[in-house]
Design a protein around this ligand. Structure first.
Ligand code: SF4
Length: 379
């Protein structure tokens, strides 16, 4: 999440609120006022953010920052006692997510966000957070950790989104194990959300390989979860993170998916984000993405030729074979998306996913600006 550092005053507990520049003079109780010229924290707001250092505070919470241009009317932030301002929701972003829990029942070797063992129930906080989102938000992700570990609270979150932000599509990222329980899968269906997709990672067509990568013997539970979700006509996406331990069997895996899960709405092949455990296990996982192009191409075209919907996430267009570039998506969240020096002057910059901030050092050695578009990159 985007984060900036300021200096907070009179803030002992985290303050959460929706950013306003003073547009709305009513209902200030959930809003944080951002004002260049505030000479004292303004009455009614949960806090004030300013660039002025010498303000008369009357014991009210405020935070001094260097720059207020980073804020937009409608963003939702939390300010903590150390002066960190964390953006929980960005009104201009398409990648806003709710973190249902930081706990997980998998220990994936390339997990970018290693799970924690215990935590306070985040649901009350998340319900408040959802209430602060702009009601015209187009899409909300529910992620973790493993979101189904909050059990039925997952359905409370979905129902709350449906009520507060009726048009928003919901995307849930889950390992699918919990949906091996048919009742639980049915409860998701009973939410009757008009536009919900559940994305489930699967890493191999061989159970032992998948289990080794996720650190648990759960391959068949995930498979059962997929079938149960399909039974209740839920829209499913499959996610495959490509690294040294998964790339070799991509064509066989794609064939397995075609034969066993023809009902999935999409299959995303994802370049790895080298942070968290992926960074710790770098030597065992890293392969230059250019070096798995043959396997990736074969897998993508195998699915596409058979009428399925393959996508390539987090990849750089210049290293992909031209005939599969059209499957690449701009999938990296805005706040961690970068381009590197080699991209200067590249004609594909607007269409290319770029890089994860954390991959600034760990990226393909074949990145090279594209000077002319030689072919149409639409499919
Ligand atoms: S040079 Fe950079 S912007 Fe251009 S295709 Fe490669 S990674 Fe993308």
């Amino acid at each position: 999440m985007k984060q900036i550092q300021g200096n907070s005053f009179n803030i002992d507990e985290d303050v959460i609120g929706r950013i306003t520049f003073g547009k709305n003079i009513f209902c200030r109780s959930n809003e944080i006022l951002v004002s260049k010229n505030a000479s004292n924290p303004v009455f009614g707001y949960v806090a004030t953010i300013t660039i002025k250092n010498n303000i008369t505070d009357n014991g009210k919470p405020y935070c001094v920052v260097n720059d207020i241009d980073v804020f937009n009317e409608g963003d939702v932030v939390v300010i903590n006692r150390s002066g960190e301002i964390i953006f929980l929701y960005e009104v201009k972003s398409k990648h806003n997510v709710i973190m249902a829990t930081e706990r997980c029942n998998h220990r994936c070797i390339m997990c970018p966000q290693p799970p924690i063992l215990q935590e306070k129930d985040k649901t009350p906080f998340n319900l408040k957070l959802i209430s602060l989102f702009d009601k015209h938000t187009q899409e909300i992700g529910i992620t973790g950790g493993e979101p189904t570990l909050i059990d039925n609270n997952l359905f409370i979150l979905i129902t709350h989104i449906k009520k507060k932000i009726p048009k928003a599509a919901i995307n849930i990222l889950s390992n699918g194990i919990k949906f091996a329980d048919k009742e639980y899968a049915m409860k998701l269906a009973k939410c009757r959300h008009h536009d919900l997709q559940i994305d489930i990672p699967l890493f191999s067509d061989i159970a032992e390989e998948h289990n080794r990568i996720v650190g648990a013997k759960t391959f068949y539970k995930t498979v059962q979860g997929l079938y149960n979700l399909a039974l209740f006509r839920q829209r499913i996406g499959l996610r495959i993170v490509v690294h040294k331990q998964t790339y070799k069997r991509l064509p066989q895996f794609a064939d397995f998916i075609y034969h066993n899960f023809p009902f999935v709405a999409q299959v995303a092949f994802m370049q790895m984000e080298t942070t968290g455990l992926a960074k710790d296990n770098f030597e065992e996982l890293w392969i230059d993405p250019y070096d798995y192009n043959n396997e990736l191409r074969e897998a993508v075209l195998l699915l596409a030729d058979r009428g399925m919907k393959p996508y390539i996430y987090n990849a750089q267009l210049c290293i992909l074979p031209e005939d599969i570039r059209c499957y690449a998506q701009q999938s990296i969240s805005d706040w961690k998306d970068i381009y590197i020096e080699e991209c200067d002057g590249c004609v594909l910059k607007g269409q290319c996913a770029g890089f994860f901030e954390s991959n600034r050092q760990a990226h393909s050695s074949h990145i090279k600006k594209v000077e002319h578009i030689s072919s149409d990159i639409s499919c």
